[in-house]
Design a protein around this ligand. Structure first.
Ligand SMILES: C[S@@+](CC[C@H](N)C(=O)[O-])C[C@H]1O[C@@H](n2cnc3c(N)ncnc32)[C@H](O)[C@@H]1O
Length: 366
């Protein structure tokens, strides 16, 4: 049963207060510095310019960490050549905040010479650069966002990994089609010999879990659902909106990552898989905020902030919007939800800990 609520189908429009709420993503990107350096060394000097493009860059410090190791490594092998840094995200990204960081005290432009910064607005499910123009492509904590937000009838969960039957099949098919499309776009943009690195939340086989798959952050998404259920019970949210709300995400397994490259001849022709893994995160794999466990108020604030950072836009668009009569009500529901989520985490520190499995995919353009 599909529900036509006449709303946008974008999965998310932007991240909210992202720089303040993205310490987890910053850690993930920083842990990839060595990969970036190794990729630049393997690609070698490029004329007339070396282009690094970060897809789904967001507005925060992680966008700097995504490119700085590549800039430094390239300068080691070519002291004079022009480096182009192309930050790419959806049009609604906070571009002013990003440029303030790039040109600010922590930014790479502060001491750089012959580094040109470009911003590219658009969906990474489309082609965003001219053919064969990108030497190094990266995508951190972003490729798990689907191209649109399906709203299948899915009572009992708001999370792709717990979906069953037709709803799961619909999400699985969309995730596969999206990843295939994403890879086709990158195959066109990368120059031969170029390298593409994607890293985001992943999933691993686990017979003890629903659908035989254990996905990152399972307790967090189940906690979010419980809080939303409480709002339905209190008459604040429309039950049918929650019954049709699923975060438009898919955290891939290694099999998901490799499947289109194995099955689609154009992709196997163009890409060599250098790495495809899903492993526990390098930092705090069992509880993203375990360092604050002995301070429940801080622990709860960090979790609520994390969810606000990546999830507020989707919750507003696809859960609170359909339940509200006007924008002011959407604001009130949003604030109420995050207050409740904070209390939920504060009341049982550790119980709803978010585990992190990191997917890493490194591809070389033949
Ligand atoms: C969690 S943030 C990650 C930002 C940054 N890469 C990091 O590692 O912290 C996810 C980003 O993906 C972007 N995003 C989601 N779907 C997208 C799409 N279809 N095309 C381009 N960017 C997208 C969002 O706008 C957001 O900035």
């Amino acid at each position: 049963m599909e529900r036509n609520v006449g709303r946008t189908v974008a999965s998310t429009e932007r991240m909210v207060d992202y720089d303040r709420n993205s310490s987890m993503q910053v850690q993930m990107v920083r842990a990839r510095a060595q990969w970036l350096r190794a990729a630049v060394e393997r690609i070698g000097p490029v004329t007339p310019e070396f282009t690094v493009m970060d897809y789904g860059c967001g507005p925060g410090h992680s966008a700097l960490h995504a490119v700085l190791p590549a800039i430094e490594a390239y300068r080691q092998i070519d002291s004079e050549g022009t480096i182009v840094v192309r930050h790419s995200d959806q049009a609604g990204n906070d571009w002013s905040a990003l440029m303030a960081l790039v040109f600010g005290p922590d930014g790479y432009q502060r001491h750089a010479s012959r580094v040109r910064t470009e911003a590219v607005a658009g969906s990474f499910y489309t082609r965003l650069s001219s053919p064969r123009s990108v030497a190094l492509g990266t995508c951190f904590a972003a490729s798990h966002w689907l191209s649109r937000a399906p709203a299948p009838y899915s009572p009992g969960t708001a999370w792709f990994a717990d979906l069953k039957g037709e709803a799961r099949a619909e999400f699985a098919a969309l995730a596969r089609a999206d990843w295939t499309r994403f890879l086709r776009c990158r195959a066109e943009e990368l120059r031969p010999g170029g390298i593409f690195i994607a890293s985001t939340l992943g999933s691993v086989p686990d017979d003890g879990e629903i659908n035989g798959i254990r996905s990152s952050a399972r307790r967090l998404y189940r906690a979010i659902f419980r809080v939303a259920q409480g709002m339905v019970a209190d008459g604040l949210l429309d039950r049918s909106a929650l019954d049709h709300f699923v975060f438009p995400l898919w955290f891939p397994t290694v099999e998901d990552v490799c499947a289109p490259i194995g099955a689609e001849p154009d992709l196997s022709d163009k890409f060599e898989i250098l790495e495809a893994t899903v492993t526990p995160a390098a930092v705090h794999p069992d509880d993203a905020y375990e360092e604050s466990l002995d301070d429940p108020a801080t622990y709860a604030r960090l979790y609520a902030g994390y969810v606000r950072g990546f999830g507020e836009s989707s919750l507003r668009l696809h859960l609170f919007g359909p339940s509200a009569k006007n924008p002011a009500e959407v604001d009130r529901l949003t604030e109420d939800f995050f207050e409740r989520l904070t209390r939920f985490y504060q009341s049982e520190p550790g119980r709803h800990a978010s585990e992190t499995l990191t997917m890493t995919c490194v591809l070389r353009r033949r």
